[in-house]
Design a protein around this ligand. Structure first.
Ligand code: BGC
Length: 763
């Protein structure tokens, strides 16, 4: 038997073996899926129950390669598990040397030599950072988004990593939630396109290439609906929202071939997502036929005890595995409890086999069995990371992510010479914040600041004054931030600089770590004394261009009333300052559009353009209060979803609807878009529909198409949108796709606030 097993193992790894060094090129040919299934089955047939469960166990990095192997405590236990083959994956081990060290143990010291899959949160770049995902989404440019994910994948893959916990595809409508920075915003249609683009960017069309990594659609499902915007909180929303708003980006990720899903911390309908059979087995692996694997979120299996769903660790492991969570991230419960659960007949071994089959399948697809060290080439690590090509790519997407919110009197773009410019705000010289949140591998203070970006344009006199710090002391990814609420000692210098200047550029907003996981806020204003600084500078010189750096929509009402030009510049990554300067000076004509609505007041949150009409949408008569409104604020957003200006202007004409649905299943909508200004510009032409009455009520507007069009001054282009059952239907409350006859409005324009529309009837 022993001899037979050894021969079988040898065959599984043939013909490539896994010798060091790995200088020879790994084949870029796609592995044969049928052969993979055969290999998975053979391997499974010789694995012990403990080895199988080991594949379902993921540990956080615990071993410092430069030091000795762990001697005691938790780390020693994990190390021992690794040597026994009881670890299938590790996260937060990075860099060729470190990854090679743990991989060597898995491959050379365990009985079966099954390689580890190495995961990491490569959220918006590895070392070369692209804009935070919310910012990138403002580009509405799927090629740019895909190319940013490619850069991230190439750098991570060169550093030993072969799996990213991205994209986060949670739809988010609540600016208080810190993780809005990590997703594609509030709209399921745009969110679905972005999800697909990011999956394609990370995974390419061949997972076994050494330049691509497996992606992970997260967090399944409903995490973006945390009540009150408080992270990890309960989500509570209806079935219609689940099917029509929450699921679409996950479906798009699955259709784009995403190989893993991560479940979520929240409960929904009283069931923690990690233990939710409906979500993971019925929907994801059942209806959607997903054949990759599902990883829990960090410790989320154990957290089912705190949720009040599992009695103890053993019960939590049982609930999670039966519900379809295939891999345990840092709960340590599968490795501790599953074998006994199988022996006690609480969990059938076929359930374990199914999970392991999924995990092994992805490992084979990655080519890890051909060469477990294929991501461990020191030379490639050196040449790939921070390459000029990568920085050029993230600069490109950074420029495209900037949204011009307001530009009264065409204050922008700035003249390139002959002006005195005061640059004010601590964020203007900040080289760390532009890297954003979720940037674990990035080196601190490596972004180009706005100050540095503007210094590249030397024709003007540039005078920088900090004004005030936002935080007291340094900030980090994991610790609370102490805000500066009182130190205004820098105000006088900033006021003097403003008085002496022709134009003031102020950079205000949030530090990089003020958004992200665990960074929920109850206010969405400028933290600390920044608003006071803004008002004081405004009294000294109102000729202000306000550049906003942030990870979530902020309340910009005062600025909108008082400041002539406002530029939404998010956290734009490594090349931030260059991107902002190129926009301010007009070398790049801004084309971004908001992926989330910016409210007039926090009290409106959650705020989103695709709301339901209610039974009382309009004022019944002057002065009457009995309609759906606030007594102290308008209902509409300050800057709606899809809003964004350009240095030129666009006009929309000749909207036409050719309704051939009865004949060929298509409603053809076309519109003429013209550049009516003086410079070339790019417009995101947006199409929305409204299904006026349906068996499940539909939103007042739904994005169903968009196209980026570049127009020279005076140029006109005709843009066409074919609407089919895919755009005209919706999910009922049982998950069935329906296209119902009736009246529709179709709107086109440069923002979700467009009223330019036509009506057609579906028969
Ligand atoms: C987050 C995940 C992340 C994981 C691993 C969790 O706290 O919710 O999105 O991938 O940690 O770092």
């Amino acid at each position: 038997m022993k001899i037979f097993t050894s021969i079988l193992i040898a065959l599984l790894f043939l013909p490539l073996g896994h010798k060091e060094p790995v200088a020879e090129k790994v084949s870029e040919t796609k592995p044969d899926p049928i052969l993979i299934e055969k290999k998975v089955d053979s391997l499974l047939s010789i694995m012990t129950l403990e080895e199988k469960i080991g594949q379902m166990n993921q540990y956080n990095g615990f071993w410092n390669v430069t030091g000795p192997a762990p001697q005691g405590g938790d780390a020693a236990k994990k190390y021992d598990h690794l040597r026994k083959g009881y670890v299938g994956s590790m996260l937060n081990v990075r860099g060729v040397e470190q990854v090679r060290a743990v991989q060597k143990i898995a491959v050379e010291e365990t009985r079966l030599g099954i390689p580890l899959i190495i995961g990491f949160d490569v959220i918006h770049g590895y070392k070369t950072m692209s804009p935070i995902p919310l910012a990138e989404s403002a580009s509405w440019d799927m090629e740019a988004i895909e190319s940013a994910a490619q850069v991230a994948a190439r750098e991570a893959a060169a550093s030993g990593i072969n799996w990213t916990f991205a994209p986060m595809v949670d739809i988010s409508r609540d600016a208080r939630w810190g993780r809005v920075m990590e997703g594609g915003g509030e709209d399921p249609y745009l969110g679905a396109k972005i999800a697909a683009a990011r999956v394609k960017g990370f995974q390419g069309d061949n997972l076994s290439s050494e330049k691509t990594i497996a992606a992970c659609a997260k967090h399944f499902a409903g995490y973006g609906f945390a009540e009150g915007g408080r992270d990890y909180n309960t989500a509570d929303f209806g079935t219609s929202t689940l099917y029509n708003t929450v699921f679409p980006p996950f479906i798009a990720a699955k259709e784009a071939g995403v190989r893993t899903f991560m479940n979520s911390f929240n409960e929904l309908n009283g069931i923690p997502a990690t233990g939710d059979k409906f979500l993971q087995r019925d929907i994801l692996k059942g209806k959607w036929e997903f054949d990759g694997f599902v990883i829990s979120d960090w410790g989320s299996i154990r957290e089912m005890i705190a949720h009040g769903y599992a009695k103890d660790g053993k019960h939590a492991a049982e609930l999670a595995v039966l519900a379809g969570s295939d891999m345990d991230m840092e709960s340590y419960l599968y490795v501790a409890e599953l074998a006994q659960l199988v022996r006690d007949k609480k969990v059938d071994e076929t359930v374990i086999d199914d999970a392991v089959r999924r995990i092994l399948r992805v490992k084979f697809e990655l080519g890890l069995f051909d060469d477990p060290y294929k991501y461990c080439d020191l030379e490639r690590e050196k040449s790939e990371i921070n390459s000029k090509e990568n920085h050029d790519a993230v600069l490109d997407v950074a420029k495209k992510s900037i949204v011009l919110l307001k530009n009264e009197g065409n204050l922008l773009p700035l003249d390139k010479s002959g002006k005195k410019i005061a640059l004010i705000g601590s964020l203007a010289a900040d080289k760390n914040s532009p890297l954003g949140s979720w940037r674990i591998a990035a080196d601190d203070n490596t972004a180009v600041s706005v100050l540095e970006g503007m210094q590249a344009y030397s024709g003007n006199e540039l005078n920088y004054a900090k004004g005030a710090d936002i935080a007291k002391g340094p900030t980090s990814f994991i610790t609370e931030i102490e805000i500066n609420e009182d130190d205004k000692s820098g105000f006088p210098e900033a006021v003097a600089a403003a008085k002496a200047a022709d134009i003031v550029v102020m950079v205000l907003g949030e530090l990089g770590f003020m958004s992200g996981e665990g960074r929920s806020r109850t206010t969405i204003d400028f933290p600390g004394v920044q608003q006071e600084l803004l008002e004081e500078i405004h009294r000294a010189n109102p000729n202000i261009v306000l550049v906003v750096n942030n990870g979530r929509p902020l309340d910009l009402s005062w600025a909108d009333e008082n400041i002539p030009a406002i530029v939404e510049a998010w956290h734009l990554g490594s090349q931030s300052g260059h991107a902002i300067a190129q926009v301010l000076y007009g070398d790049y004509n801004p084309s971004g559009k908001l992926p989330m609505s910016f409210p007039r007041s926090l009290g409106q949150v959650p705020l989103y353009y695709n709301y339901k009409n209610t039974g009382r949408p309009v004022i019944p008569a002057p002065n009457l209060v009995f309609w759906s409104h606030y007594t102290d604020e308008q209902n509409s957003a300050l800057y709606p979803f899809g809003h964004g200006l350009s240095y030129t202007s666009f006009a929309y004409n000749k909207l036409s609807v050719d309704n051939a649905y009865a004949q060929n299943g298509t409603v053809n909508v076309s519109v003429e878009v013209s550049n009516t200004g003086k410079v070339e510009g790019k417009e995101v032409v947006q199409l929305y529909i409204r299904d006026l009455y349906a068996s499940v009520t539909r939103p007042v507007k739904e994005l169903k198409g968009f196209e980026l069009v570049t127009l020279a001054p005076g140029e006109t282009k005709k843009i066409s949108f074919p609407l089919t059952h895919k755009e005209l239907g919706f999910y009922d409350n049982h998950g069935n796709w329906l296209v119902e006859p009736g009246e529709f409005h179709v709107f086109v324009g440069g923002s979700s606030s467009t009223q330019y529309h036509k009506t057609f009837e579906l028969k």
